[in-house]
Design a protein around this ligand. Structure first.
Ligand code: MV4
Length: 443
């Protein structure tokens, strides 16, 4: 096992990794920008290194500074958290080139899944179901026309280097195809420096359901159940749940079996998440995330598995030590992402936190790096707390969430707590009856 790990991140996820390190008896090194000198992750770590000015590109994305911090402090491994360098294959390679361990998948797998076309063709070859679409990159507008006629309108043109909805254009009919093609390519080139695009049939009312997996370096692969992440606004997830209210345990097990077989074949390692669209009883793979995700705590709640501990153990070469048959799912979990934003306009609301009283009690977890007197810097993501509740049933998890939101006091900045309270009262939410479009219409 490692003796010391560097955490290349900030905020609640840096704390999450620090906690796993301390429980495993591993020393921790925090890195921080000048804007984060007073941040909680710096205070909680055994050591810290300042890696640059506030702008993320000069600090949390500064690869040489982070590698140097690891070498100077004698850390043996780097946990990237989520965002920042977590899905940067070049960084994973740089880490390994300095005889450090990247706590995550291999650079090869990060690269395959980072290109959405390669990810899809890989999964297709492995028998994972996809949305009908182009077999690969669209070669020309003519090619796009041929594929669209075959799969039938409406169609969606997506950027190969995409994700997060950028460079994605719908064509409802043949008349809209040329504009969609041009706009998708232009947006992809501008956003990613890569104008490669592909086509899928446009699903009009899907749910976003993703499957958490863990794979060790010895060929064992397990799934940790699904999460329903359909409640999102402008491609930002707002509230997630495990399991999905829309699918049965039988459906989950069948999907899990297909995915495990596929990941064993490609020798995938560490944690990962496969994203699916689910509509009319069918799953269709769209993307794979090769990192720990923000919403991982709901999977931890229903499985009892500490995903970050497992990531670290796997990276150190330890076998999982259990199989799918040993994993039991219990109850239901919800996560509310609380951001420093106006709950009505979503305008960012950085500033100084005056009061901070997180809720507690049975079935309640708060992952947050906030404290009274902390100044939320304007330079980074607006996520300030994740509130997770677990119950024996979905109604119990909902009741706990309402109770916990009622207890939660954050003053000095605006937060989205009132938005979550409204969602939890909505009959469609209570019934579990929502698609990826529901929240956009609700807010
Ligand atoms: C889709 C889709 C409908 N049909 N693909 C958006 C971001 C990217 N990760 C995939 N996305 C979508 N792909 C087909 N064939 C609708 C979306 C989509 C979406 C997906 C998941 C969660 C929220 C979303 C919000 C709008 C659109």
């Amino acid at each position: 096992m490692f003796k010391k790990i560097l955490i290349a991140n900030r905020g609640e996820i840096a704390l999450r990794v620090l906690r796993a390190c301390r429980e495993l008896g591993i020393a921790s090194v925090a890195v921080h920008s000048t804007a984060d000198a007073d941040a909680m992750h710096v205070r909680l770590a055994d050591e810290s290194v300042c890696i640059g000015p506030p702008a993320a590109r000069d600090s949390y994305l500064n690869m040489p500074a982070i590698i140097s911090a690891a070498l100077i402090t004698g850390a043996e491994a780097i946990h990237p958290g989520y965002g920042f360098l977590s899905e940067n294959a070049a960084f994973a390679e740089m880490v390994e080139a300095h005889d450090l361990v990247f706590i995550g998948p291999t650079a090869h797998h990060i690269r395959i899944m980072g290109d959405k076309i390669t990810a899809k063709t890989t999964m297709d070859d492995l028998g994972v179901p996809l949305v009908p679409g182009s077999p690969g990159e669209l070669a020309s507008l003519e090619d796009a026309r041929v594929v669209a006629e075959r799969i039938m309108y409406p169609v969606l043109i997506k950027a190969a280097a995409g994700g997060g909805g950028r460079g994605m254009k719908v064509a409802q009919n043949a008349g809209e195809l040329e504009a969609a093609w041009r706009e998708a390519r232009a947006e992809a080139a501008a956003a990613f420096g890569n104008n490669a695009v592909y086509m899928e049939k446009y699903l009009d009312k899907p749910r976003h359901i993703e499957l958490q997996v863990l794979a060790d370096n010895h060929g064992e692969v397990v799934h940790i159940g699904e999460r329903d992440c359909s409640l999102q606004r402008r491609h930002q997830k707002v509230l997630e749940e495990a399991g999905s209210p829309a699918i049965s345990a039988t459906q989950r097990d069948a999907l899990g079996e297909t995915v495990i077989k596929a990941l064993k074949k490609i020798g995938y390692r560490n944690a990962g998440t496969l994203e699916f669209l689910y509509q009319d009883g069918q799953f269709a793979f769209i993307e794979m995330n090769t990192r720990l995700q923000v919403e991982h705590p709901v999977s931890e709640a229903i499985s009892g598995i500490d995903l970050v501990r497992e990531q670290i153990r796997i990276a150190a070469g330890e076998p999982l030590g259990y199989t799918q048959a040993d994993i039991e799912f219990s109850g239901h979990a919800l996560e509310c992402r609380i951001t420093a934003e106006d709950p009505l306009t979503f305008a960012p609301s950085p500033g100084t936190v005056v009061m901070f009283h997180p809720p507690g009690g049975l079935g309640v977890r708060v992952d947050s790096a906030l404290y009274a007197g902390y100044r939320v810097p304007p330079h980074y993501d607006s996520l300030i707390a994740k509130l997770i509740t677990h119950g024996r049933t979905r109604p119990e998890a909902i009741a706990r969430m309402k109770r916990a939101l009622h207890e939660f006091v954050i003053t000095g900045i605006k937060t989205t707590i009132p938005l979550h309270q409204r969602i939890l009262e909505a009959p469609d939410f209570i019934a579990g009856d929502y698609t990826i479009h529901w929240l956009e219409r609700f807010v």
